[in-house]
Design a protein around this ligand. Structure first.
Ligand code: PBG
Length: 324
């Protein structure tokens, strides 16, 4: 399979994110992008995190960049009326998410590493991460749609397209699709080791991506599965050409993170997910105790082998210079 090690070295911001000393520059701030203008709605259960329209988002990213955050992960939130069985909106180059990618690229060039979530769940009317036929999430047809979404994000200017769906074979299919469309410097971050976790609740509320029936256990990993399964998934994605391997969630799977970091040769990311964020925000109301808790958590990710942390805490860390 095609692996292009230069992808991770392509810009200074990519190099600092993936290969610099563990610091503020190793953090990625997630964003929820909604349609409209001047929209800045707090997300229920995630104090400090807002759903924002593109105009507000650009200002937020500018302010974050002034404080030293140079990487973002974008999630498009799609209105119910625009969802359908095929997740059409997810690959629509006129969507607000695609506008956001373009405008961030125009405004900041290569200063910001733009990561975009590639999945069907925010755009399907049933909320599943793949296409559904006769009550089953089908694999290969879903992968085809994922490729179209990934290419549309690359076209808009994404640095890394981030496959969070857990379909089999999607990394190599996306890599092929990117090559075919001549996006040879766009990377693939794979949510390689992603568990069917109970820690995604606040995110699903914000992204309006809860499944209408069933759950995600036919594709996301079983929480009881062992290190062998985790390492298998990580190595598969590495062999398929993933540029970054991610483990998710973070805190309940630090042991898995260590195993994966020992097993692959690509940079490793960890996703400090919405439920983990909510736990901290709910239990440490004053900033001083939160500072200690958040820094301890970031240290644990580093110790367990993470090169990159996707975390909703990034902004508060940056604004208060908790981590330099
Ligand atoms: C989409 C996706 C999810 C998250 C990131 N991408 C939800 C899910 O898999 O149900 C969760 C992130 C978080 O909880 O912060 N598939």
């Amino acid at each position: 399979m095609k692996t292009r090690p230069r992808i991770n070295r392509w810009t200074e911001a990519r190099r600092e994110l993936l290969f610099g000393d563990f610091s503020l520059k190793s953090l990625v701030q997630p964003h929820f992008v909604v349609q409209g203008s001047r929209v800045d709605n707090p997300v229920h259960g995630m104090e400090g995190i807002h759903q924002q329209s593109v105009d507000v988002l650009i200002e937020t990213i500018r302010n974050d960049a002034d404080h030293g955050i140079h990487a973002v992960m974008l999630f498009g939130v799609i209105d119910h009326s625009e969802k359908d069985e095929q997740a059409t909106k997810a690959s629509d180059s006129t969507s607000h998410l695609h506008q956001a990618i373009k405008q961030i690229k125009d405004a900041f060039g290569d200063l910001i590493v733009i990561m975009t979530d590639v999945c069907l769940c925010t755009a399907t009317d049933h909320g599943h991460c793949g296409l559904v036929e006769h009550g089953h999430i089908v694999n290969d047809a879903s992968v085809e749609r994922l490729c179209e979404i990934a290419v549309s994000h690359a076209e808009a200017g994404a640095d890394f397209v981030c496959a969070s769906d857990m379909m089999d074979g999607r990394v190599s299919a996306i890599r092929h699709a990117l090559e075919k469309a001549n996006h040879t410097s766009t990377g693939v971050l794979s949510y390689s080791v992603k568990y069917a976790s109970s820690f995604y609740g606040p995110f699903r509320h914000s992204a309006d991506s809860s499944p209408e029936f069933g759950d995600r256990s036919t594709h996301q990993m079983n929480i009881n599965s062992g290190y062998g399964e985790a390492v298998l998934e990580a190595k598969l994605d590495e062999s398929e050409g993933a540029d970054i391997i991610m483990v998710k969630p973070g805190l309940p799977y630090l042991d898995v993170l260590r195993q994966v970091a020992n097993s692959v040769h690509r940079p490793v990311a960890v996703y400090n997910v919405s439920g983990e964020y909510a736990m901290v925000m709910n239990s440490a109301k004053d900033p001083e105790s939160r500072k200690n808790m958040v820094c301890e958590i970031m240290t644990s990710f580093k110790r367990a082998g993470a090169d990159v942390v996707v975390t909703y805490h990034a902004r508060e860390i940056a604004q208060n210079a908790w981590m330099l």
